[in-house]
Write a protein that binds this ligand. Sequence first.
Ligand SMILES: Cc1cc2nc3c(=O)[nH]c(=O)nc-3n(C[C@H](O)[C@H](O)[C@H](O)COP(=O)(O)OP(=O)(O)OC[C@H]3O[C@@H](n4cnc5c(N)ncnc54)[C@H](O)[C@@H]3O)c2cc1C
Length: 456
Amino acid sequence: MFGAVRYLGHHLPGGPEDQSAGSVIRMIVVRPNIMGRLIGPPPGRVKSAIARACQSLRFGQIGRMRESLRIEIAGAGIGGLSAAALLHDGGHKVRIWDQFDAPGPVGSGLVIQPVGLNVLDAIGIGHDARSRGAPITRMRGHEADHGRPVLDVRYDAGAPGRTGLGIHRAALFDLLWQACRVRGIPVETGALATGRDGTRLCFADGRLSDAGDLIVDATGVGSPLSPLVSRPLPYGAIWGNVDWPETALPRDELRQCYRAADRMIGVLPLGRPDGGAERAALFWSLRHDRVAAWRKTPLADWRAEATALWPEVAPFIAQITDHGDMSLALYSHGTLRKPYSDGIVHIGDAAHRASPQLGQGANMALLDAQALALAIRHADGQDPLALYAAARRWHVRVYQLFSRVFTPQYQSDSKILPWLRDRALFPLSQVPPLPRVLGALVSGTMLPPVASLTRR
Ligand SMILES: Cc1cc2nc3c(=O)[nH]c(=O)nc-3n(C[C@H](O)[C@H](O)[C@H](O)COP(=O)(O)OP(=O)(O)OC[C@H]3O[C@@H](n4cnc5c(N)ncnc54)[C@H](O)[C@@H]3O)c2cc1C
């Protein structure tokens, strides 16, 4: 029976400092101690039933009493800031911690898909995001040597008026940051998380957060809190931000050009991130073991190669005058089977990572944040973290699978995959109903993104 007490205590959210449900359960379980000695330790099934009851007791109280949780969020990126805003709106006391000394993310552009835009609307910044980005109606790619189209996905296939949003990462960050500031959410900067002690975050400078009810790990790909071990992908990309030049390229399409799968260049419209000039993100696929060589190659050689591949991008490329104008992004792939454990939940890249080929990473972080806030709100006696994981499980798994299948067609050394892509998969993709299916795939609506929680 003492085993059961330890087992339960260990599984209580909040660890040793957490008195509320822990002491109730200890009373219930310790009293029949003599009985326990007579009948021996409970079988595993009983243990887990008691553990479930314990979780229910703790979170059931929260659900019924609308208790305000104390939540420490590590990471003020896309997932962390959106979780903070949504959890605050759910009546919880949140605090954000980030390693940066001053806000201001580096990086380039990304596409927020329609499902992600819904989350921005829920936070109250959807309108501003749309005004600081560019609506994307279509994703198109062509093969360099013959100019053949090899990718054509329309957002509005089967859903008139549906668009994605090309946006500069700094503009999105700024909006999320302001959303947290106006809500009065405290942010601690210069706080490099190194681990945790129960529900306290530990930082490199010796600081500790308060012991709250829950830690939200939103520290992204390098999370020191997540057990996820991801597989590095051979290809990453270099990204740069440029002004939108005089060009015939449409302002509402993500365009790419490929040679086999080992060369790819792309242009993503970003609208007017700071209300001034129209901007674009320029990206060039690069194998990670060729990055050092690229940095040593005269820039003129790279510009000549890229322009020869796709002459229309010459006015974009001409704006890159230094290797430092392009920043490197390495990609990796992996998914946590269980994105939570005692007192901690992982969201965004800390829970799952993929190449940005399908443009879903930021959306996944936004959806995770939304699912977590909804799960806590609707727990009603169930473990909200299990509810969160269940709500996101299939959406995450299916998109991770598609990302794994699609990425090597566009970024790999394979000769067969791009051949199949150009001659079989692209023609097939234009046959109804596949245009609709692909439209739903990039929009993030292949499956309900927060499953059971939307039906409540
Ligand atoms: C080049 C590139 C292009 C992309 N394009 C797209 C796209 O088109 N569409 C899309 O949806 N997604 C895209 N993604 C993916 C997307 O950017 C990520 O999936 C998304 O930012 C994940 O959000 P997050 O909150 O998990 O992590 P992040 O946004 O990376 O935030 C993590 C935060 O945690 C902080 N942090 C990290 N470690 C610690 C620590 N130890 N202690 C304290 N703080 C810490 C960081 O400073 C940061 O603020 C792209 C990614 C890259 C690299």
